[in-house]
Design a binder for this molecule. Structure first.
Ligand code: PMP
Length: 433
């Protein structure tokens, strides 16, 4: 039945799709951390709709919030509802550092749209156009923000020009492009940045903002060295450059804190939020320091679907749950256990080159040879297919598509973690090497 529906989909829908190449199923329903296809097969979900369902599928807390809101109002533009006001208050109470209870919120629609708004805001405030981003970054692909996303193919596909973004190397220990000691990597990146910020003759020109993923997502689930974000905060502050943290993927509890920035106690000037904040209903927003607000004109960065009431009701329930339950402690603890288990598997498979992560944002980088670190992209594809056949949904990331990524719902039961790890271990063993 699944294949029949996939065939019909192929007939009508664009062939540029990605996920249905591996996940050859049509879905009937999904609960918690499992997905059932139309043939009755049940899959363990380590995918979470690309980290959109941090509380799992159809969590009663989220469903209740959405249903209650739906019974009252489905869509209205800007006018406050109780849920919207409640959401604003709750969101502010979660924000990192100096943004807490001292920020302004601007609603947007998608993750890319939030990043686009953040960059526009930084430029508007500084009156400077150049934005520094990082290699491996992903911030969206529609319009100007495609230039912030490091993979140039997206710009090519959409026939876009480059728009004043420059990329420094992300402090990616496993594949840093310059030969330096691990403990010097952050300093090398920050020195390069400082050279650009202090000297208009660096060739790059006046910088209006620095855009960073506190933990890189699509680029390969890369955790920077502990000194990187504090140093980045310090140097951007020194030169009064807005620091934009893209928490679209790392936020809403994914890493064991509500925001990944909290792991290093940094306060960004602007923060991009999306994915799990709407519990499956599209939503995004930026939070930014209050002082910026006085400069903004009416009509800055508009959008019909901004602040959808259903999404905000869901977001309020989700943030409340993250704040008032023990779930984030569990995610931190379990995350360490999962990293340990993947590391143990490196004794049975030479393909495992590096394991890294925080909370439930864990990457397992596959290589053909540990010395040369040649990416094992083909093995990652083969493994994804095998996992799917054995009932585990797992996706990849990384510039070479060779990083297996663990992004299960934060609510996933212990036995589904262990069952998935067993499936992963058996599958990589079967592939050999
Ligand atoms: N920023 C980050 C860090 C992301 O991971 C993504 C999407 N994966 C985006 C921005 C873009 O979000 P969207 O696809 O909703 O536009």
């Amino acid at each position: 039945k699944s294949l029949e529906l996939l065939d019909i989909q192929d007939k009508y829908e664009t062939k540029s799709r990605i996920y249905t190449q591996i996940f050859r199923m049509a879905v009937d329903d999904a609960k918690g951390s499992t997905v059932k296809d139309v043939d009755g097969n049940i899959y363990i979900d380590w995918f979470s709709g690309i980290s959109v369902l941090n509380l799992g599928h159809s969590n009663p807390i989220v469903i209740d919030a959405i249903q209650n809101q739906l019974n009252k109002i489905d869509h209205i533009n800007e006018v406050p509802t109780e849920a919207r006001v409640q959401f604003l208050k709750t969101l502010e109470s979660t924000l990192p550092g100096k943004l807490r209870n001292n920020a302004k919120i601007m609603f947007t629609v998608t993750g890319g749209d939030a990043c686009e708004a953040a960059v526009s805001l930084a430029r508007y405030i500084t009156k400077k156009k150049i934005i520094i981003a990082f290699s491996g970054s992903y911030h969206g692909i529609a319009g100007e923000i495609a230039s912030a996303t490091a993979n140039y193919h997206y710009r090519e596909y959409e026939n876009l020009d480059y728009h004043n973004f420059y990329h420094l190397p992300y402090p990616y220990k496993y594949r840093f492009p310059i030969k330096v000691n691990d403990e010097d990597i952050s300093k090398v990146v920050i020195d390069m940045l400082e050279n650009i910020l202090k000297d208009n003759y660096s060739g790059i020109g006046p910088v209006g903002g620095v855009l960073v993923e506190p933990i890189q997502g699509e680029g390969g689930y890369i955790v920077p060295p502990d000194d990187f974000l504090p140093m980045l905060r310090e140097v951007t502050e020194k030169y009064s450059i807005p620091l934009i943290a893209d928490e679209v993927q790392s936020g809403v509890g994914r890493t064991g804190k509500i925001w990944a920035s909290e792991h290093w106690s940094i306060t960004p000037d602007i923060m991009c939020i999306s994915k799990s904040i709407g519990g499956g209903i599209p939503a995004s927003m930026i939070a930014y320091k209050k002082e910026y607000d006085e400069f903004l004109p009416q009509g800055f960065h508009l959008g019909t679907y901004r602040g959808n009431p259903l999404a905000l009701a869901a977001g309020n329930a989700i943030l409340n749950y993250l704040q008032n339950s023990e779930i984030l402690n569990r995610v931190q603890e379990k995350g360490k256990y999962i990293v340990e288990r993947f590391n143990e598997m490196s004794y049975i498979s030479n393909y495992i080159g590096d394991v890294r992560g925080k909370g439930f944002m864990i990457g397992v980088e596959l290589v053909k040879d540990r010395k040369s670190k040649e990416p094992a992209t083909d093995v990652a594809i083969q493994l994804k297919k095998k996992l799917f056949e054995k009932g585990l949904l797992m996706h990849t990331c990384g510039h070479y598509g060779n990083v297996m990524r663990f992004m299960a719902p934060l609510t996933i039961e212990d036995d589904l973690i262990d069952k998935g790890l067993e499936v992963f271990e058996n599958s990589i063993k079967e592939i050999g090497n």
